[in-house]
Write a protein that binds this ligand. Sequence first.
Ligand code: ZN
Length: 175
Amino acid sequence: MAILKVANMGNPVLRHEAEPVTSRDLKSLPVQQLIDDMIETLVEYRGVGLAGPQVHESRRIILVDRSAGEDPEDGILVLVNPVITEASEATDEDWEGCLSIPDIRGRVVRASQIVVESRDRKGRDQALSVSGFTARIMQHEIDHLDGVLFLDRMTDMLSLTFLPEYGRYWIDDSD
Ligand code: ZN
């Protein structure tokens, strides 16, 4: 296990479309090791989600920490080649941050509910129906696989804030 270096905004790896992971690749030791290292990295940085490109691996692998949302017992989900197959018309606006854009927060509109089809780390098909904060993290992480950052999704830059100012001026308005 190893803690991986996180790519910051400006690194071209964050703007590339990531490669799908083949079944054969997924079973390989290096990819299984990568997933373990990504989990360790997510925990170390106290993030709620992480995508391959953020650790300089342009592969379609994301992690979503469900304990940050409404299912505390579920822990960290591993999604390989995730695809959003359904998205609600209903949307929510809420704060987002990103390990690749340190100490910045901004409000982003996302679908309230989505269905995501993917493989788990053992290669088994999984379809997940998620809502609320978990759905938000998942959309944010899947965006990373297409080279999209949450700043690109902001429709109103007025909420863009540094973390100290977020704590000082905005946190009470977060709901
Ligand atoms: Zn991010």
